[in-house]
Design a protein around this ligand. Structure first.
Ligand SMILES: C[S@@+](CC[C@H](N)C(=O)[O-])C[C@H]1O[C@@H](n2cnc3c(N)ncnc32)[C@H](O)[C@@H]1O
Length: 319
């Protein structure tokens, strides 16, 4: 089943996500692409509960078709950045395994910071794996492979072994691509030997009752025709108000914000709607399924301040 962020709890429990197989091992695959790995490997581990996380929406649909065709029912897919999913959805010690096949290698010098398998990821992974849980990594990229080994060692949370990769890891879309080019494949299994404490990312249910908002009174002649992009770096997050749009037929404006925080970058819409009583509601729109974090609450605050600077008075804040 494809799950949206709002379908999860924070953290979530395998018993809730897989009620028909509550005691199965919980296996996470990061960057599953078109889903070939688990469609082929999953039937070998019929008792495992699978969660796949991907950034690409097209891949999500392809993978869903493959998993359904393979008859794998206890498998869920979601479209999120992996580190956000791991931090927010998987609780401490809940995962049996994390699988990463052919992650983007970011080969250019200076681009290592974009790689998934860096020391902070290993610390996070160790916090979410149960004692003895493993990370399985397969890649064609020799330099990334050595880099990841060093990063895992730096984290101090894992020991490494080098068995043969699972057969299905040699038949993913990218595995076949690299094999056609004659490149060899590297495989490592890291076993968690430490359980560091990495707190669960505080996320609010974006479909729930509480949506960050404020109530303001706008000045009589309020308009946003003099809008200019603004950047706020006052908190732990960066909030950029990129643009503002006027509704065609209502007294409503929508501001497009870009929010950067430690684990996540999001674009979100904050609306300003004039109500019957003359007040205006400033609130985060649910459009796009925003992940309600401290950064998005700050975005509502930044838009509210932005309105205050243009003559609005605030009567209520809830963000
Ligand atoms: C090179 S492809 C490999 C796909 C698949 N594992 C295979 O072997 O065919 C890397 C995949 O990782 C996904 N990806 C990259 N960064 C990600 C992230 N932070 N979270 C989840 N998926 C990610 C990309 O969208 C892409 O589909």
């Amino acid at each position: 089943m494809i799950l949206r962020l709002a379908d999860f709890r924070f953290p979530d429990a395998p018993e809730r996500l897989y009620p028909e197989n509550p005691n199965g091992d919980w296996v996470l695959e990061i960057g599953f692409g078109d889903g070939r790995f688990w469609a082929e490997h999953g039937p070998n581990e019929a008792d495992a509960n699978y969660l796949g996380v991907e950034l690409s929406g097209v891949s999500l649909l392809k993978a869903q078709r493959r998993l359904t065709a393979a008859g794998l029912n206890n498998a869920h897919l979601t479209r999120l950045p992996a580190s956000t999913l791991v931090r927010a959805v998987t609780g401490p010690g809940s995962l049996a395994r994390i699988i990463v096949n052919f992650p983007d290698p970011w080969p250019k010098a200076g681009h290592e910071e974009h790689r998934l398998l860096r020391a902070p990821f290993f610390t996070l992974a160790a916090s979410r794996l149960r004692p003895g849980g493993e990370v399985w990594f397969t890649t064609d990229h020799e330099e990334y492979f050595q880099f990841a080994l060093q990063e895992a060692q730096k984290s101090g949370c894992f020991t490494a072994t080098f068995p043969e990769p699972p057969a299905a890891a040699l038949r993913t879309k990218y595995a076949l691509k690299w094999r056609e080019l004659g490149l060899s494949v590297h495989h490592v299994r890291w076993r968690a030997v430490q359980s560091p404490n990495v707190p669960v990312l505080p996320v609010e249910d974006s479909q729930g009752d509480h949506v960050p908002h404020a109530i303001v009174r706008l000045p009589e002649d309020f308009q946003l025709s003099n809008f200019r992009k603004t950047v706020d770096r006052t908190g732990e997050h960066v909030v950029v108000v990129l643009d503002a749009y006027r509704h065609a037929s209502r007294d409503q404006w929508v501001l497009l914000t870009h929010v950067e925080e430690r684990d996540l970058t999001q674009e979100a819409l904050v609306s300003v709607t004039v109500r019957e009583d003359g007040s205006a509601l400033v609130r985060l729109e649910r459009f796009g399924g925003p992940i309600i974090t401290a950064g998005l609450k700050a975005a509502v605050g930044v838009v509210t301040t932005f309105l205050e600077e243009r003559g609005a008075s605030v009567t209520h804040r809830s963000y």
